[in-house]
Structures are given as C-alpha cells and as structure tokens.
Design a binder for this molecule. Structure first.
Ligand code: CP
Length: 290
C-alpha cells in the first residue's frame, strides 16, 4: 500500500500520473473498482470539503467506509492518537485518511501500520490532496504549469495549503509569490506587494485567516483586512484578462474575499471542490497499486 504524506515525496512524473488519472475520472474515461477495500476517515481536526469529498470518492470506487467521530470515540477515555489509529489498522482498514492539527503526525505511524496513510492535512505542514486538486484546476484552465505566475495571498504562515503549493508549483516551473500583511508573511516565500501581485498573476489564490492557529497575539480587524488585502470587485478588475481566482475554502465572505467575487466569472472555487473528488479517487487508486 502506498502512503500519500507530502507532495515533496513525489516526483513530477508521479504527480502528473495522479493528475492524469483524476482527469480520467473527471471525463468518465477511467474506471476503477476497489470493492472489498475498507477506509477509515479519521479527522482529528474539523473538515467539511476534504472529509466528504473523500467520502464521495470512496463511494464512487465502491470502498466501504467506517465512520469515526472523535467526539464520541474512546479518546474521551484518554486513548492516544497513536493507539486510535493503530486500532483502525488492526481491525482491517486498508486506507487511513487522517487529518490532525499536529505537523508530521504521520512520522509516529510509519512502520507501525499496514494500511495506506492518506494525509488529509497535518497542522500548518502539508495538504497534498488540496494541492493536487488545485493543480488539476490550473491544468484544466491553462493546459500547462510552466511559466504561469501564482500569487498566494493571506495568512501564509499558518497555511498548509500555501506551504504545499509553494513547493510543488515551483518544481512544476511556476513562479509563486506570496502576499498579505507582514504579520502573516513567512521568510523565504517570495513576498510581493498585493497590488503588484494582483496585476501580474495568472492565478490569484486567496487564503482564509486561520484564527484557530493563532496564539492570541494577533491583532485583527476584519474591515481593515478586507480594505487592504481583501479580493474585492474593484481588485478583480485589476487582474489580467485570462487570470483566475482560487481559494481552498472555507472562505469568509467580506474578509479575504468579497461576497460578489466568490462566484464571479473568474472564480474557480467550486470547480476546485468538484475536482477534489476526482483527485481523491486517483489517490485511492494509487494507494493500492504496486
Ligand atoms: N480545503 C479544505 O481542506 O477544506 P476543509 O477544511 O473543509 O476540509
């Protein structure tokens, strides 16, 4: 069984193979039946998109899913994360889809589980299936990666999406810049002022401010943030003609993105969500391949 922990572990050829399979599932030209396999979707941190699009992907591939709710699990009786995951491996699950607030939680499991670990997000670390669905959306739009410029704007320091995309997009030949208020910027991540980035990027990827990862020291005024770093209709008018808007979601309307921009002509946000199912089907298929 093949784990999917980070995209940095995968070659460009492997990434393109996953995207090709995802496109095949999207077009209806690729079929795959994983009957007899069982998945446990273990979300130790909140999720709507990732959890339920994995669910739909599993349904489409005839994978049975064991339900798990951390709030009613024996973690209430002080059972550890490690022992909880080991249980699902011991009872015969083939796929362990895991989201945890702990960066690189998977390291403690490697060599101790037989099932494929599919990383559904590890703290501020990585979110490989999100990046794959972002890449699929970009490839569908532009037919290539090489030479495109992507601006990732918002709470870069706390975003696993920013970290994963920054690494993989550059490896694919894209120019990646990050933008937003100083307090959310990260050294070495190619800062560019918002105005410049907006006007020169092919992809403008907005990020939510991740309050749940702040330690209480962040001073935040949502109206001020919207005025300075929000993607408003006025800002959309400054984008290149062919440029698109992306967002991993959940989004906060009226904060990092204006209500009327979420579904405007340039927005591909719900397209990203649809692609999430196809990418996760491809990742499940890959996990059982030799
Ligand atoms: N994009 C994303 O990971 O969304 P969820 O937190 O709802 O899964």
């Amino acid at each position: 069984m093949k784990h999917l922990l980070t995209l940095a572990d995968l070659s460009i050829e492997e990434i393109n193979a996953i995207l090709d399979d995802a496109q095949g599932f999207c077009d209806g030209t690729l079929k795959c039946d994983l009957s007899g396999r069982i998945a446990a979707n273990l979300f130790f941190e909140s999720s709507t998109r990732t959890q339920y699009s994995f669910n739909v992907a599993q349904e489409k591939l005839n994978v049975r899913v064991v339900s798990f709710n951390v709030a009613t699990s024996s973690m209430n009786k002080k059972e550890s994360f490690y022992d909880t995951v080991k249980l699902f491996d011991a009872i015969g699950c083939d796929f362990l889809v895991i989201r945890s607030p702990e960066v690189e939680y998977y390291k403690q499991l490697l060599g101790h589980v037989n099932a494929a670990i599919l990383n559904a997000g590890d703290g501020t670390g990585n979110h490989p299936t999100q990046s794959l669905l972002d890449l699929l959306t970009i490839r569908q739009e532009f037919g290539k990666f090489e030479g495109l410029k992507c601006c990732i704007c918002g709470d870069i320091a706390h975003s696993r999406v920013a970290h994963t995309n920054f690494e993989v997009m550059r490896r694919l030949g894209m120019e990646v810049v990050t933008s937003g208020p100083d307090m959310f910027m990260e050294e070495g991540m190619n800062f560019e002022p918002f105005e410049t980035a907006l006007a020169t990027s092919d992809i403008v990827m907005m990020l939510r401010v991740q309050h749940e990862r702040h330690d209480g020291s962040v001073q935040f005024d949502k109206d001020e943030y919207h005025k300075n770093f929000g993607l408003t209709a006025e800002n959309v008018a400054k984008m290149k003609e062919h440029a698109i808007i992306m967002h991993p979601a959940p989004f906060n309307r009226g904060v990092e993105i204006a209500d009327e921009v979420v579904e405007c002509d340039k927005a591909r946000i719900f397209k990203q969500m649809s692609n999430g199912v196809f990418v996760r089907m491809a990742v499940l298929k890959r996990a059982v391949e030799d």
